[in-house]
Ligand binder design. Structure first.
Ligand SMILES: [Zn+2]
Ligand SMILES: [Zn+2]
Length: 457
């Protein structure tokens, strides 16, 4: 028996059209109605819909859409499809066209959220009324993490479906009659939550095809984090700092609502950065995209050069490790030099060297041996006189040891410290100087000896 579903309004989901039809036609036997439309006892689902070959067949006369058109225009499939590989995409699509009664496989369940709420925007409802359209649900309001109307920028209203089975699918008109709550978001977070909504909606509508700029397609999240100044060593990241700043950006409330609040040290952010969490997920990718985009703009991708005049790497050498905090770059170079560079509007304001490194010591010693005065040595090194004298005094102990020997000794010391302290974290606390030496000269050894995760906290 054909079902005369009306053609969907712009962005109207299939569940909304079905609910609207049921209400207008005052369908009494809801179960039988759903079973004849879908060809099986379909459960209420605000995201995807299954067995659409059957639905297309049943509605040829009224909607006149193919199953694929329904998939693309009336479900959240285009959104989820943007986050998964070819193979998973194909499998979801097969299920959506022809339902199989087995349970959904784990990778589909991980990707596709089944939110226990429906959301709508009062401004959108008002717009429907003004334009004398049927008042309708919108797909983009049902996307994970979307609490703001992408069109009107108003916070959405939520109807909870938790704890009750949806027997008769809810039409928006019926929901408007009962009390629903507006999502509460601190005003300061409004713009970033709005950004999540706009980005998510643009993916759903397929307008955002430039995914290279959005997702870690060309670069891994790890690489993006390094490029944004969160490198700690050659292979380690300031991941605790990233978690902290992500919470600052999105707010605990919002992340909590999305079940995306990083709680322990091994959380989804660390997992995504390390590449150990590989399941196709939509919202985490969106949150990371927005976060790193904001950081990339902040740092303009600048990577400082090592200012050492005596290092064997020569001039125009970019430092290995750069950490960004408040428009300052804390830099550690493999030559042993550490310095802080402050920048404003892309101009270097100030560069302060905290450690000159062995090449300066060797040069100071060489000049001293040639009989130069302290003042003259300072001039040639480009340091203050007291620093020059300090470098000369340390010459003795430094110059008799090569960097290779320093590294070898540090590595032995570190492995002893690890043994004594039972792990990276303990050793780092107990032997800060040694840890810094390791970090500067042989960070890869720190990684390989790490026992508590190779992204340091
Ligand atoms: Zn709206
Ligand atoms: Zn250097």
């Amino acid at each position: 028996m054909p079902v005369y579903l009306s053609r969907p309004g712009p962005d109207e989901p299939l569940f909304g059209v079905v609910a609207h039809y049921g209400k207008v036609m005052a369908v009494g036997n809801w179960k039988g109605f759903i079973a004849s439309l879908f060809g099986y006892n379909a459960r209420f689902n605000s995201g995807l819909a299954y067995n659409l070959d059957q639905v297309a067949l049943q509605t040829t006369l009224s909607m006149g859409m193919t199953a694929l058109e329904i998939v693309e225009q009336m479900t959240l499939f285009p959104y989820y499809a943007a986050f998964c590989g070819e193979n998973l995409r194909k499998r979801i699509l097969e299920r959506m066209l022809v339902w199989r009664p087995e349970h959904l496989p784990g990778d589909i369940l991980k990707l596709v959220q089944r939110p226990k709420v429906l959301r709508y925007c009062k401004a959108s409802v008002d717009q429907d009324r003004r334009e004398e359209e049927a008042i309708r649900w919108r797909r983009c309001h049902q996307l994970p993490g979307v609490f703001c109307c992408p069109q009107h920028a108003d916070l959405l209203y939520e109807v909870s479906l938790a704890g009750r089975t949806v027997r008769v699918w809810p039409a928006l008109l019926d929901v408007l009659a009962v009390n629903s709550e507006q999502v509460q978001i601190a005003p300061v977070r409004k713009s970033v939550i709005q950004e999540v909504a706009e980005l998510s909606a643009s993916i759903l509508l397929g307008g955002e095809r430039d995914q290279g700029a959005l997702f870690s397609i060309e670069r891994s999240w790890n690489q993006i984090a390094r490029d944004c100044g969160y490198a700690r060593g050659r292979r380690t990241l300031e991941s605790a700092q990233i978690c902290k700043e992500m919470i600052e950006l999105f707010g605990e409330d919002y992340l909590g609502r999305c079940a995306a609040l990083p709680e322990s040290d091994q959380n989804w952010i660390v997992g995504r950065l390390q590449g150990t969490q590989t399941a196709s997920r939509s919202l985490p990718e969106i949150l990371l995209s927005i976060f790193f985009k904001s950081r990339e703009n902040g740092s303009t991708g600048h990577w400082p050069f090592c200012p050492s005049q005596f290092a064997s790497h020569g001039s125009s050498h970019r430092v290995e490790v750069r950490v960004t905090r408040n428009s300052q770059y804390f830099c550690y170079c493999s030559c042993g030099m550490s310095f802080v560079e402050s920048r404003q509007l892309r101009e270097i304001q100030k560069s302060t060297v905290s450690v000159y490194g062995e090449p300066y010591v060797i040069e100071a010693r060489r000049l001293a041996a040639l009989g130069y005065s302290g003042a003259e040595i300072a001039r040639r090194l480009g340091t203050s006189e007291s620093t020059a004298r300090r470098l000369m005094r340390r010459a003795q102990q430094y110059a008799n040891r090569s960097i290779a020997r320093t590294i070898a000794e540090a590595a032995v010391g570190w492995s002893d410290a690890l043994g004594a302290q039972g792990g990276n974290t303990g050793a780092q606390k107990a032997y800060d100087g040694l840890y810094r030496r390791m970090r500067r000269f042989c960070p890869e050894k720190l990684d390989s000896t790490a026992t508590d995760g190779n992204i340091s906290k």
